[in-house]
Design a protein around this ligand. Structure first.
Ligand code: NAD
Length: 246
C-alpha cells in the first residue's frame, strides 16, 4: 500500500518542476492528483506523465478559476486530503528596476494565489488533511533582484503559522516547504540563457556543491503529505542543501 492510497490531492503549478515531480510522487503513492496551471498543453503532457491525474486549467490568482478547480474536485465526491500550494513566479529586478506591474504579478500569484488556493479548499478538506505551502530560502536570505519574490515567500510562511493554528482543531495540518536552489524552468524564466551559469555559481556555495533535483523536494513534500508527519504542525521544512542552515 502506498502512503497516500485512495487519497485525493491537488497540486497547483503541477505541470513543471517541483509541482510535476510531486504530483508524480503523490500518484505513485496511490493518490488521484488534480493539477492546475495556465498552459493547457503543458498540463495535458503532465497528466500523461503522472498517470492517475486530472488537469483543470486555471490561474491561481483568479478566484473564479480556483472555484472551477474545486468544483471538479467536489464532483469526484471524496473531498480533499492533500493540498500542495506550489504555483509561483519570480521577477528578477533590483529596487530601481522593479515596476508596479512586476510587483503586482508576484504578489497576485504567490500571495493572493496561495490565499485563494487554501481558502477556497476549506469546504472540501477532509479530517486529517495536509496542506503544504511553498516558501523559499529567499524568504529569509536576501539577494539582489529578489526583493518582491522574497517578500512574497515571507508572506506565505506567515500565512502558514496562522492557518496551522486556525485549522489544527479540524484535524487539518498546515506546513511549509522551503526549497533551496532547484533545477527547474523557474531559473530559465528568471535568467534566460544565463540560467545554467547561475545554477553552477549557486551550487558552488552549497555544502553538496550541487543544486537539488525536483524529486528531492517532492520527497520532502510527500513526507509532509503523509501520516508519517502526523504531529508536524506549522513547521517550515528546509530542503536547501544547507544554504540557510550554516
Ligand atoms: P516552475 O516554474 O517549474 O513551477 C511553477 C509552476 O507554477 C509552473 O508550472 C507555472 O506554470 C505555475 N504557475 C505560475 N503562475 C501560475 C498561476 N498564476 N496559476 C497557476 N499556475 C501558475 O518552477 P519551480 O521551481 O518548480 O517552482 C515551484 C515552487 O517552488 C514555486 O513556489 C517556487 O517559488 C518554489 N521554489 C523554487 C525554487 C527553485 O530554485 N526552483 C527555490 C525555492 C522555491
Amino acid at each position: 500500500m502506498g502512503q497516500l492510497e485512495g487519497k485525493t490531492a491537488v497540486v497547483t503549478g503541477g505541470s513543471t518542476g517541483i509541482g510535476l515531480a510531486t504530483a508524480k510522487r503523490f500518484a505513485a503513492e496511490g493518490a488521484h492528483v488534480f493539477i492546475t496551471g495556465r498552459r493547457e498543453t503543458e498540463l495535458e503532457k503532465a497528466v500523461a506523465a503522472i498517470g492517475n491525474a486530472t488537469a483543470v486549467p486555471g490561474d491561481v490568482s483568479v478566484g473564479a478559476d480556483v472555484d472551477r478547480l474545486y468544483e471538479r474536485v467536489r464532483e469526484r465526491g471524496q473531498g480533499l486530503d492533500v493540498l500542495f500550494a506550489n504555483a509561483a513566479i519570480n521577477h528578477l529586478a533590483t529596487l530601481d528596476e522593479l515596476t508596479e506591474d512586476m510587483h503586482d504579478a508576484v504578489f497576485d500569484i504567490n500571495v493572493k494565489g496561495t490565499f485563494f488556493t487554501v481558502q477556497k479548499a476549506l469546504p472540501l478538506l477532509n479530517e486529517g488533511a495536509s496542506v503544504i505551502l511553498t516558501a523559499s530560502t529567499a524568504a529569509e536570505s536576501g539577494a539582489a533582484g529578489m526583493s518582491a519574490y522574497g517578500a512574497s515567500k515571507a508572506a506565505v510562511r506567515a500565512y502558514a503559522r496562522a492557518w496551522a493554528d486556525e485549522l489544527g482543531s479540524r484535524g487539518v495540518r498546515v506546513n511549509v516547504i522551503s526549497p533551496g536552489p532547484v533545477n527547474t524552468p523557474m531559473w530559465d524564466a528568471a535568467f534566460g540563457d544565463r540560467a545554467e551559469e547561475m545554477l553552477k555559481a549557486v551550487a558552488a556555495g552549497l555544502p553538496p556543491k550541487r543544486v537539488a533535483d525536483p524529486d528531492e523536494i517532492a520527497a520532502a513534500v510527500t513526507f509532509l503529505a503523509s501520516p508519517d508527519s502526523s504531529f508536524v504542525y506549522g513547521a517550515n521544512l528546509y530542503v536547501d542543501g544547507g544554504l540557510n542552515q550554516i
